[in-house]
Design a protein around this ligand. Sequence first.
Ligand SMILES: [Zn+2]
Length: 168
Amino acid sequence: MACCVYQFISSMSECFLFYRKMYLYKNRLETFTDWPFTGNCNCTPENMAKAGFIYRPSENEPDVAMCFFCLKELEGWEPQDDPLQEHLKRGANCGFLTMKKYEELTVEEFYKLELHRVQLLIQKKKEEMRDLIREKSEAKKQELIQFFNTVSLKGQKSKLTNLPRTDG
Ligand SMILES: [Zn+2]
């Protein structure tokens, strides 16, 4: 468990620092390698990056883009989608959408944004951790149900010696 908590905190710090680089348009744009929409459409890499998105594809979801600030993930893009409008529709309270130019921020304004960003990141990581625990609990439950069904199908009495060892 201590290991899990350490990994959780460590992955959160890595994400936080990685996304900090994404205040810069150039860095966001660089994430859109192999983005499926280019050329004559609205959701080009340039427009996606201008709207605050970074490209975060996965095996099952090849067109996922995420706002580096509010961490909203959007998929199922269509060529005519306007990235800024899509972001405004789903992330109305996003600090990126209301901030002035990065180069013009004061130190105080920047750290207020960073505080907001870390709160959003903690919230997202908590939700991910909760989903992971639910998923693992469900898998363990199914495993136990299957085990006890197998035992009763064989007509055996469930003696303690038949139970899986818990001491590793
Ligand atoms: Zn956002």
